[in-house]
Design a binder for this molecule. Structure first.
Ligand SMILES: [Zn+2]
Length: 316
């Protein structure tokens, strides 16, 4: 994808950095900070491509030269990135690979570029190993770091990088982007909200049948609430990769139920009892959700226990 054409909200930052590059003033260590799913990694990668390109056009990589071909094939010898979303940490071994490469000459005669995605995942020793390279790299060497958790970064890293805040799209930019993608607006809004306003994440969710999964799950949950299926049946379709969504959907459904119920005019004892019940359900979900990321927790078991707890509360 042509990142800047696609993700139009990245254009101002791209123009600014291009201007600095033209004036030979581009900082060698750039840190891109943004909320998740806005496109900062895609941006860093497209900047890397541009820095390596032999004949950039209008501040963008040409896509045609030898360097661009190597880059697009993922085999550019002067480019190295760490972008494993599933890794819990970036260790000192990985950073040493960057440090060693940064000491060598570029093989294609141009720049040397490194991208570290989610750089807050660097262990302290990894971060320390990077300091010298961050501080005084060889000429034409660039380190592009991205993060969504800037407060987790060591001050020594922060102080050596030039920080750029990557803007989220405006409503107009977002709507245009959604239309260009051919995504249904209403579907997008659901995924967008559930992904914490991360457009790229929302679009990836939709490509993975998010709406269908959500609808099925909520209809099963309604069946559980109505006592038409058991906690056992409700749990049967469990998929660990969807676990975070389950919790979000449950809290949304309960919140909505609570809001509908509390607006109802009747003042009966029955209504208050139901409000108490819904609140208990919500608290149970919240409690298990809070435990999900604790070390050593069995996530599946934790969720399974929640399903049975919900059933027990309903039967009280
Ligand atoms: Zn090129």
């Amino acid at each position: 994808m042509h990142v800047i054409k696609e993700l139009t909200w990245l254009r101002p930052l791209s123009d600014k950095l291009e201007q600095q590059l033209q004036l030979n003033r581009l900082h060698h260590a750039l840190l891109f900070d943004a909320t998740e799913g806005v496109g900062k990694y895609e941006f860093a990668k497209s900047l890397a491509n541009r820095l390596l390109c032999n004949q950039a056009i209008d501040g963008q990589a040409c896509g045609q030269c030898k360097s661009c071909h190597l880059f697009n094939n993922g085999s550019h010898p002067d480019y190295l990135e760490f972008a494993d979303d599933t890794a819990n940490s970036i260790g000192v071994e990985q950073i040493r690979a960057i440090v060693n490469k940064a000491q060598q000459k570029s093989q294609q005669g141009g720049a040397l570029v490194f991208v570290i995605k989610n750089c807050e995942k660097m262990t302290d020793s990894a971060a320390n190993a990077l300091l010298k390279t961050l501080e005084e790299p060889n000429p034409h060497t660039y380190l592009l770091l991205t993060t969504s958790a800037i407060s987790h970064l060591l001050p020594t890293i922060l102080s050596r990088c030039q920080l750029h805040r990557v803007n989220s799209p405006t409503e107009i930019q977002l709507n245009e982007w959604v239309a260009r993608q051919g995504i249904e607006q209403s579907d997008f809004l659901v995924a967008y909200q559930d992904s914490g306003h991360a457009p790229l994440k929302a679009s990836a969710l939709l490509a993975d049948n998010y709406i269908e999964k959500r609808t099925n799950y909520l209809s099963q949950f309604k069946q559980l609430l109505a006592g038409r299926i058991s906690a056992f049946d409700f749990f049967a379709d469990f998929q660990e990769s969807e676990l975070n969504h389950y919790y979000i959907w449950l809290m949304q459904a309960l919140n909505q139920w609570l809001s509908v119920k509390s607006k109802q005019a009747d003042q009966s004892v029955d209504k208050s009892a139901q409000l108490v019940k819904i609140s208990s359900l919500y608290q149970a979900v919240q409690h298990n959700y809070a435990n999900v990321n604790l070390n050593g927790i069995n996530k599946k078991l934790n969720y399974q226990q929640l399903c049975h707890k919900i059933e027990a509360i309903l039967q009280e």
